[in-house]
Design a protein. Structure first.
Length: 633
């Protein structure tokens, strides 16, 4: 905020106070406004537990929007469902001088389903929301709601600072529990212990004051939480008649096992059908492959989230009959299929996202959003994703690999780990034949093999309609002027899947021409262009890549007629804590061979290494942009 705007606000404060306006501004320290797009004036989150299965939640927010970039914080709303009833909601917009511009009651909010995409079949999750963006700055939004929770598998998370561009004057979080009930909590980036008051009820009270904006940093370790927050969770709980406790992962797993009990039964006819399907199999792996192929060919994924149905699987017999289910239902169904042929599979909970190992192991609670199947095979373990009709058996991609998961056994929950991949598993090997003419035009024939995590996106493209895929390729190839002549994929499904991509490109005016010389950049598709800004105030540790990988590019270029090599780029080798880069050019007869190799690790480095990362990126970018010079004698 500039000084003039701050002066205007201070001047308006005097006017507003003297006029006894309905919403008063007040002076704020410069450090609260510098770099801020919005300021939380006051926030209060109250969660009053009444019993194992019931609570009332009240929320109040007054936030001042300082500029257009802060308008996103003027979009307010709250979700609700069968188990979370919205009792009241209201919002008021105040203009620059503190005068109400809009007042909304609950019926004025837009009401819509929270379901996304075309995969939701049954879902009672809805949201009421409104956009109170205004064009005169600063303006203030005041928002209040009250919820009644029927079923308490979750307690709230307090996040006093919504983003790095938000300053906070005051934020309060209050948890109240009946006598005899205990609260479990875990603070992240927030050192203060709660103030605990004991009377007929026990109250836990957290408060944050005068939080200035903070700078979000790039290349932070995956799963690292930069915001302050406090997680809370019940010890004992109840949801729709099902009771359990979260003292340990074992006890939480017992609750899930109890919730799932009875859903795994299949009709006798279905059991016989599955036995007949695997009758010719010589080993368990063949049986698992046969049943997985049946699952993929005969079922489809749909989201089902109705009350307890959001947590309890749809019965396997219903999935067998209707041929659809969500991740819980399909995983439970596959376990039932395996059981029918004498193989044990375990229903397993996992957090699916690209943050990798996000699970807080020291805080047993419902942190999961996905279900898969784990099939022990002697010294080996087979992991099965049951919601995909195209995935390889035994392969877990970026959203499910290398993280903790909760195996549900009759004895309770057991934390296990999903498969990880090394750099040599995550390979991109590209071979390019580059043909150029004396006028500077080029054509590239490109074969690329992707394996492991590097094939995830290519597999996604391979299953896409051709027109949509071509449109994406035109957006993403990063070339200034080109035409796609051919683009095909060949997928090899295995526990380490691979994709072979064939691509032919027409590259008009690809080669720079000056008089009798041609200037050719041999690196066609793998150029490194992003260089992070140097930051002497770096606070967080550094992780350059979320997973390790190796890229190898080989480009062969036949010299155009009557041209010879005048200069080739010098060989380059770069070593860094984050990986290694090397590139070299050589002439072989009337052809030039360019070879480039980039290996990146996923190791977390101390923040002091960020300077080295910037230097590494600069050197790679410079090396990739180098050109060779051809001359016509």
């Amino acid at each position: 905020m500039n000084k003039n705007l701050l002066s205007i606000i201070i001047f308006l404060i005097t006017i507003i106070n003297s006029a006894n306006a309905q919403f008063e501004f007040f002076t704020l320290p410069t450090e609260m406004t510098k770099g801020a797009n919005a300021i939380v004036r006051e926030e209060r989150q109250e969660f009053a537990v009444q019993s194992l299965g019931k609570a009332v939640e009240r929320y109040h927010l007054a936030i001042t929007i300082l500029n257009e970039a802060g308008n996103k914080y003027a979009q307010v709303g709250q979700g609700y469902s069968k188990l979370t009833r919205l009792r009241s909601m209201e919002a008021t917009l105040y203009n620059l001088v503190g005068k109400p511009v809009r007042k909304l009651k609950m019926t004025d909010f837009t009401d819509q389903s929270m379901s996304g995409g075309g995969y939701t079949f049954f879902d009672d999750n809805r949201v009421k929301m409104v956009d109170l963006s205004y064009t005169e700055y600063p303006y203030t939004v005041v928002f209040d709601y009250e919820l009644v929770h029927d079923g308490l598998l979750f307690y709230p998370v307090w996040v006093p600072q919504a983003g790095g561009d938000v300053a906070v004057v005051a934020s309060v979080f209050e948890m109240t529990l009946p006598a005899g009930m205990d609260l479990r909590y875990k603070a992240v980036n927030f050192p203060a212990e709660p103030l605990i008051k004991k009377a007929e009820q026990k109250t836990y009270y957290w408060e944050a004051k005068n939080l200035p904006p903070f700078q979000t940093e790039s290349y932070v370790p995956v799963g690292l939480q930069q915001k302050a927050r406090v997680y809370t969770a019940p010890t004992d709980f109840e949801i729709e008649g099902y009771t359990g406790d979260m003292r340990t992962w074992e006890s939480f797993g017992l609750f899930i096992a109890k919730l799932n009990a009875g859903t795994e039964k299949l009709p006798e006819a279905s059991i016989n059908r599955f036995k007949n399907l695997v009758a010719n199999c010589k080993n368990d792996l063949c049986k698992i492959q046969t049943l997985y192929h049946y699952l993929q060919s005969n079922t489809r994924y749909v989201n089902i989230s109705l009350g307890i149905g959001g947590w309890r699987p749809m019965p396997a017999a219903d999935v067998d009959a209707y041929k659809y289910g969500d991740c819980k239902a399909l995983s439970n169904y596959f376990c039932a299929m395996l059981d029918a042929v004498g193989i044990k599979g375990y229903y397993t909970l996992i957090r699916s996202d690209d943050n990798y190992d996000y699970l807080m192991r020291d805080f047993p609670s419902s942190q999961f959003n996905h279900a898969v199947v784990c099939v022990p095979q002697g010294k080996d373990t087979l992991w099965v994703e049951c919601t995909s009709q195209t995935e390889s058996l035994g392969y877990f991609g970026r959203s499910t690999c290398n993280r903790a998961a909760l195996l549900i056994t009759p004895q309770g929950g057991k934390l296990v780990r999903t498969p990880n991949f090394t750099a040599v598993h995550n390979l991109q090997h590209r071979v390019v034949d580059l043909t150029i003419d004396p006028e500077g035009n080029a054509e590239a024939s490109i074969h690329t093999r992707y394996t492991g995590l590097q094939q995830d996106y290519r597999s996604y493209l391979a299953e896409m309609p051709e027109r949509q895929r071509r449109d994406l390729m035109y957006e993403q190839l990063g070339l200034k002027n080109f035409e796609i002549l051919q683009h095909t994929f060949d997928r090899q499904k295995d526990r380490l899947p691979a994709v072979d991509e064939q691509l032919r490109l027409k590259l008009p005016a690809y080669i720079g021409k000056s008089g009798k010389r041609l200037f050719v950049q041999p690196n066609v598709l793998s150029t490194w262009t992003h260089v992070p800004t140097a930051d002497s105030t770096r606070q967080q540790a550094v992780q350059f890549s979320p997973f390790p990988f190796v890229d190898v590019d080989t480009v062969k270029m036949v010299l155009p007629m009557d041209y010879t090599v005048e200069r080739l780029p010098e060989p380059v080798q770069i070593q860094s804590a984050f990986g290694a880069y090397e590139a070299r050019c050589s002439q072989e007869g009337n052809a030039v061979l360019y070879i480039r190799k980039l290996s990146l690790n996923a190791e977390v480095q101390p923040r002091e290494k960020f300077v080295e990362l910037v230097d590494f990126c600069k050197k790679m970018s410079k090396a990739d942009a180098r050109k060779m010079v051809l001359v016509k004698p």
